[in-house]
Each structure stands twice: as C-alpha cells, then as structure tokens.
Design a protein around this ligand. Structure first.
Ligand SMILES: C[S@@+](CC[C@H](N)C(=O)[O-])C[C@H]1O[C@@H](n2cnc3c(N)ncnc32)[C@H](O)[C@@H]1O
Length: 315
C-alpha cells in the first residue's frame, strides 16, 4: 500500500478547491477534512446527486473510507428537490479496518491520531458524515463476504476494486442491480496503474456501457449503463486467465481511446501492472522498457511501476 500513499501524497499536493458551475457553487462545499479524492471527483458525485439523481434506484458508495465520497454524495442529495430525502438513499460500504498506509499519509490533522493497523476507523467515518447520517445507511465489513445488495441501484461509485476478487464481488453483488438506461457507474480507479482488471472487465461488457465522462486529470471515469448484462455473466469469477491476448490488448486500447491524454500513462502502466500481478516479472520488465521510452519524464504511475520492479515487492 506504500504506492497508494504516494498517490494520495500527490493528490494532497494538488489539492485546490474548485467550483465547476454557479449551480454547484450554491452548495455547502466544505470538503471533508480527510479525503482521498481530487476536488473534481467529489464535485462529480455532488453534482450527480443534486441535479441528475431521479430516485429510480439507490446510491451506493463502495469503499467509503473516512466518508468523503459519502459526504459528497449526501451534500448533493440534500439539495435535490426532485426526490423524497426522508429516507436513507445512500448506502456506504467499507471494511473500516485501519491499515498502516493510512497512517503514512501526511494528513496534518489530529483526526487520525491514535489509529493503529487493525483498529476500526468507523468512528472517524461517522464523525465526517454526522451532519448527513439521516441520509446514509452504512455497512461495515468485508465486501467479499457481503450478500447481494437487495435494491436497484441508480448511482454506483466504485472505489474498492483493489483486487480481482473485490472486482468480482462488486459485479456479483452490485452490478446485478443496475438499471439499464438509468444507472451510472463511476470507476474511481479507472486511470490508475494498480487496477488492470477494471479495463478487462469494462471492455468485456463494453456494449452495455457508454462513456459519460472522463474526469479530466483524475483517476475517475464515469459510464452510463445502457443495456442489461446477462446475470450469468456477472456471476462468474473472472481472473487474468479469462482474457485471451487479443482481448487483453483491445481492452487497454479501448480505455485509451475513451479517456484523455493525462490518463494515458496511468492506463498503459496498468497494462504493465497486469504482468506484475501475475508474477510475470520478465515480461513486466520488457513492457516497462517500452513504457519508459514513451514517457521518459516523471510521470507518477510510470514511476510506481519502476519502483515496484526495483524491489519486486508491492503488496
Ligand atoms: C481508496 S480508499 C476509499 C477512499 C474514499 N472513497 C474517499 O472518498 O476518501 C479504499 C477503501 O477500500 C476499503 N476496502 C479495502 N478492502 C475492502 C474489503 N475487502 N471490503 C470492504 N472495503 C474494503 C478500504 O478500507 C478503504 O477505505
């Protein structure tokens, strides 16, 4: 997780509160004290629940951490004039177990003092979302052990696909509840070197999604769910072996074609990372040489691959 820490350090350095539109400007815009999101990502969440959310399905936050994504969703929903906000429409999931990498981030706030690996950080989350707790149902626990979500989902924010297993759990327990022609899936790790399975899976299901928005220069890419994926396809357990070479290459090409220039090194690094995740180190080294030749500067994602290859440790 040291790589995730570096990523968040980079985000904190860039942190600058920005306003996308006068409509959004009228909101309570206080960012969460603790967030792992870029301002434009939080803004996308807030904007959707305020202006686009119709109430046809629920709002789900997968990987809430200290609640900043949940808070952004709730801030928007509280301003939504079209839906009844007297019940809990936001459903937030996290294991809420502190890990060392969370302490390694330079937060500069006493809020995180005292948390040690293995501690529950549910109190921290509850503190951050307290103003909006009437809108939020929280599900602490391992997502891999959760039952299928019982309601239809209109907005699915995915910040938990950190392994193939968690990606499969997300498909089996949440994607099954998407509404064709209505739902939106927000992948927070689409443009990040660590999570190649997102490209493979989204390419496999590409005829069922349409690009809604690439959140410029952030890891986020957002999709409209346009037609139903057969349930049996969602209930399978996917792995790297589920994808042949042609589909593998086409998946990354496709992701590159629908995002922006700033996302290219992240997506191409994710392609190299797929060899690392399979312990195919020699191929990873060879692919990295091509990557570095293409991006000789100090790109963050490319540097992460370089440092993993140096030590051959990353988990
Ligand atoms: C990058 S953080 C999410 C950041 C958050 N969305 C925000 O807005 O700041 C990823 C989260 O995934 C959670 N997570 C990791 N493995 C999990 C699992 N097996 N079940 C549930 N949550 C898990 C972690 O506890 C962590 O809070």
């Amino acid at each position: 997780m040291t790589n995730l820490v570096a990523s968040i350090r980079k985000r904190l350095k860039k942190f600058k509160w920005s306003v996308a539109s006068p409509e959004i400007a009228s909101l309570d815009q206080r960012p969460a004290a603790l967030t792992m999101l870029f301002p434009d990502e939080s803004e996308s969440l807030r904007e959707f629940t305020m202006t686009n959310y119709t109430g046809h399905g629920e709002i789900v936050d997968l990987g809430a951490w200290a609640g900043s994504s949940t808070l952004a969703l709730a801030q928007g929903l509280a301003q939504n004039k079209k839906v009844d906000t007297r019940r809990k429409r936001i459903h937030a999931y996290d294991i809420f177990i502190w890990e060392q990498w969370m302490s390694d981030i330079p937060w500069n706030t006493p809020l995180v003092d005292g948390y040690r690996p293995g501690d529950s950080f549910l109190p921290l989350y509850e503190q951050q979302i307290s103003e909006y707790s009437h809108l939020i149902e929280t599900y602490p626990g391992d997502l891999n052990a959760m039952p299928e979500f019982p309601y239809k989902i209109e907005y699915l924010f995915v910040d938990v696909m950190k392994t193939f297993e968690l990606a499969n759990s997300s498909l089996q327990k949440f994607f099954t509840q998407l509404i064709p022609g209505k739902s939106v899936v927000h992948h927070q790790d689409y443009n990040h070197y660590f999570t190649p399975w997102i490209h493979l899976l989204m390419y496999r299901f590409k005829s069922h999604f349409k690009l809604r928005k690439y959140v410029n220069a952030t890891p986020s890419t957002i999709f409209d769910y346009v037609s139903a994926i057969p349930r049996e396809q969602l209930m399978q357990s996917y792995s790297f072996d589920s994808f042949g070479k042609d589909e593998f290459e086409a998946a990354f090409e496709y992701s590159l074609s629908i995002t922006g220039k700033a996302a290219r090194p992240s997506i191409e690094s994710a392609r190299v990372m797929s060899f690392i995740h399979q312990d195919r180190w020699e191929e990873a080294e060879a692919e990295y040489a091509g990557l570095k030749a293409k991006y000789p500067g100090k790109d963050y994602d490319v540097q992460q691959i370089e440092s993993i290859l140096k030590t051959r440790t990353y988990r």
